[in-house]
Design a protein around this ligand. Structure first.
Ligand code: NAD
Length: 368
């Protein structure tokens, strides 16, 4: 694979290959952009079929994190790491400690976190070797389960969309169809119920459906029926890639706002939604509550501050809607524009020489 050509294409800063034969560690750390701050992004463990596949995943995910952090107003850059291996067979304390040592060598340019295939326990092992890790267990000073914060962010983003579409941010009396009642979906239903929304829900797991029907008076439908339910808002909180040529014509909603990652099968499907007058809240912005919460650990975790920042997703989504109208672009393109505009703005700040290094040099000379 022509790796430097790939790095050139999207201006990646650094890729680090980590190899420790004694622990079996084969990992790739990818730092996309650190204009706004250190690159933060989870560590994924997956039995990639080829090394090329692992590199591609690290590159793709790291770049996504640059946009996510920038659009969320975080002073963080984008990065991601992947460990090549089977999370059910290949994990060991030594493997994650070894990986922690590699992260330490980057001196804070990359901060890791939990992701698909890794757990808070793995982060605790990494933390033995480096402080550049977030998302450790609450008992180790971490921020705990991110799902309630992700749900709060989705709720706020949904309110911003409702204000634009229906003239009021309140979801009282609105019908919201929720697909997936797992960690995020459940908390989202709780917030919607408190706001007075009518819930139509589905999940492939019966017990998840029964809980939400019982606790929040939701109406249940079969999993294959949720996308054609007549509703004000459709909230995808299960799987990615669900908005495609086949499903979009079936939709009977005015807003799409949910937690699931990569819900558009292809970028052009965002255009199809816009053409149909459906307002789509871009996934990586509306589901950033978990990231915002975990990033708060870097300043010494404070739940009140974190909650306030997650509530800011309301403003982020409003800015995206405004950019979308300004540029006549679909909202997912407007989200990228918001991120790039913020990075450019910070990049173009006047470069003042603070005098510090020169002063140091002078003092050193004086003491000679
Ligand atoms: P989860 O696994 O706890 O919940 C997903 C739920 O979807 C499960 O209950 C599952 O049974 C259900 N489901 C699976 N296939 C389905 C189908 N075909 N129809 C209906 N339901 C189906 O996951 P989660 O943590 O709640 O995350 C939900 C989505 O949000 C995922 O796409 C995830 O990547 C994304 N996300 C989550 C977080 C977070 O903080 N947990 C943060 C950002 C993004």
């Amino acid at each position: 694979m022509r790796i430097f050509e790939r790095l050139e294409e999207y201006r990646y800063e650094q890729v680090v290959f980590c190899h420790d034969p004694s622990t079996g560690l084969k990992a790739i750390i990818c730092i996309h952009n650190t204009t706004l701050g250190p690159a933060l992004g989870g560590c994924r463990m997956y039995p990639y079929a080829t090394e090329e596949e692992a590199v591609n995943d690290a590159l793709r995910l790291a770049r996504g994190m640059t946009y996510k952090a920038a659009a969320s107003g975080l002073n963080l850059g984008g990065g991601k790491s992947v460990i090549i291996g089977d999370p059910h067979k290949d994990k060991s304390e030594a493997l994650f400690r070894s990986f922690g040592r590699y992260i330490e060598t980057l001196a804070g340019r990359y901060i890791t976190a939990e992701d698909v295939g890794t757990t808070t326990e793995d982060m605790v092992n990494i933390q033995v070797e480096t402080s550049f890790v977030v998302g450790v267990d609450k008992t180790y000073g971490g921020s705990g389960d991110p799902s309630p914060f992700t749900a709060l962010g989705v709720f706020q983003g949904m309110k911003a969309c409702a204000e634009d579409k229906f003239g009021s941010a309140s979801l009282e009396g609105k019908t919201v169809a929720v697909q997936g009642l797992g960690h995020v979906g459940y908390y989202l239903c709780e917030l919607l119920h408190k706001d007075g929304a009518n819930l139509v829900v589905t999940d492939v797991r019966k017990e998840n459906v029964e809980r939400v029907v019982g606790e929040f008076g939701a109406r249940a439908v079969e999993p294959d029926g949720i996308m054609s339910v007549e509703c004000d808002v459709f909230a995808p909180c299960a799987l990615g890639g669900i908005l495609d040529d086949e499903s979009i014509p079936k939709l009977r909603c005015e807003v799409i706002a949910g937690a699931a990652n990569n819900v558009l099968l292809e970028p052009r499907h965002g255009e199809s939604l816009a053409e149909r007058g459906i307002l789509y809240a871009p996934d990586y912005v509306i589901n950033a509550g978990g990231l915002i919460n975990v990033a708060d650990e870097l300043e010494g975790y404070n739940e009140t501050r974190s909650t306030r920042r997650v509530m800011g997703i309301y403003e982020s989504v409003k800015s995206i809607i405004a950019i979308s109208k300004r540029d006549g672009s679909p909202t997912q393109t407007a989200a990228d524009t918001l991120a790039l505009e913020r990075i450019d703005e910070m990049n173009s700040m006047v470069r003042l020489h603070t005098g510090h290094p020169y002063g140091q040099l002078k003092r050193q000379r004086e003491t000679l």
